[in-house]
Design a protein around this ligand. Sequence first.
Ligand SMILES: [Zn+2]
Ligand SMILES: [Zn+2]
Length: 268
Amino acid sequence: MKFDLHTHHARCGHARGELRDYVEAAISAGLDILGFSDHSPFFAEAADHHKPGVAMAKSDFPGYLAEAAALREEYRGRIRILIGVESDFFPEHVGLYRRIYEGIDLDYVIGSVHVMGGTDIFDLRRWENASPEFLLEEKEKYCELIADSARSGMFDILGHIDALRGNCPEIGSIKTAAVDRMLRVIAESDTVVEVNTSGGTKACGGWYPQPDVLERAAYFGVKITFGSDAHVPERIAEDHELVRKRLREIGYREWYVFEGRERRSLPL
Ligand SMILES: [Zn+2]
Ligand SMILES: [Zn+2]
């Protein structure tokens, strides 16, 4: 079974191509299952379109769901389409987001931390003249936020759990017990983590989580899924087979997809 649960499209303002382009690319790539998971709106903000270029407008969300559902019907029999979102995790707005996601018909919700301390984690200015102490502090804070996102119980999948190193690769080599603590919480909360192959679109390269963190995740029994995080149709399912092989090497025998927010295992 070939699948990709993490994909975007033009509505978020920083991806190229319409939903249909991703469906066609997925069929060309031989996928059995394609999950849509565009950036959900900033529900807690007053403005309809809080950050154009980052996530879709609130008023655009119903159109996203309707178009995705129509494509699911149109392509039935050729590819199975799942409808999800990639949601920001804002600890202060957990109640609001949870209510919204429970009130709509989604297959899954990916929870990701893109903003910490009010700044985008990929913002290069964040890392200018950063001391080793600062990097350690930031890394530990990020791990704690990811652990909180798992504890919230509102997400089916956690997105790119070490993306903090995306544009600051040296963060990856900083040792801290916070990483194991985070993985233990994720395992206990029974939340699935994605292997996200979009590291190559940032300075760090490779995949999230980085190799040693992925091995520790296996050690703690963290469940796994796959997402390319494609923002262009050409990246759909990127490295799917390599990820599958790597996961088998480190002991995984199954991975997971979601339908109607129910988890289903697939053999690796
Ligand atoms: Zn994006
Ligand atoms: Zn993301």
